[in-house]
Design a binder for this molecule. Sequence first.
Ligand code: ZN
Length: 252
Amino acid sequence: MSPRAPTAAEQLADLIRFSRSTVALTGAGISVPSGIPDFRTPGEGVWENVDPFEVASIEAFHRDTKRFWEFYRPRFEMLGDRVPNPAHLALAELESRGLLSAVITQNIDRLHRTAGTRELIEIHGSIASSSCLSCGTSWPLAEVEGLFDPDDGVATCTGCFGKVKPDVVLFGEMLPLEAIERARDLAATAELMICVGSSLEVFPAAGLPELTLAAGGAVAVVTKGPTHYDGEAAVRLDGDVAEELPAVLAAL
Ligand code: ZN
């Protein structure tokens, strides 16, 4: 009897089993099965007919805060309703089994947190809270709705009447330095980086697998469609992330 060749999911399970330090890097693709469209896919969802660089930049926030919230408030409400899918849950389960050190994400939807991931680095911030730009007071997502002025629809600080902004990194804003440094440290010391649902085109996330490879680690890619790292990936899974990651878990 000849043994069958291992599936890609089994190969990734083996890599995870023998790695002493594994991190996951996730992008918009992991949240698509939760009903959150990738805004880089043209013509989908709330980004349809809107140039996100025009409305969701820090410059636009200051220039026309009313317009910013007209665009962002429905997105806030939509994201607030979403729940994690089996791909988020599989990563949380890997962590709880001691097989995953951390999740680095480009997503702002806080679904990794909802799924139970503890060591989470959100390099683009999160909708989980919003803060006053003047005095720094912060509100959880559920309380932001109460800050909108009924007349102009702008979220205003209840203490100092300053402008309240979601704690997400808008276009044109600096990325949170501490999170980026932590992500780079994790990438450079990982024996295995699992890239999930990201085309790996947007920096600085796009540069993180390079750090892992440069330090002698391996990169696995679990994403529909091509990425820049396909040629260097130790294993490549290109099905639905909500099926692929549970299959990896089942093979462990
Ligand atoms: Zn304030």
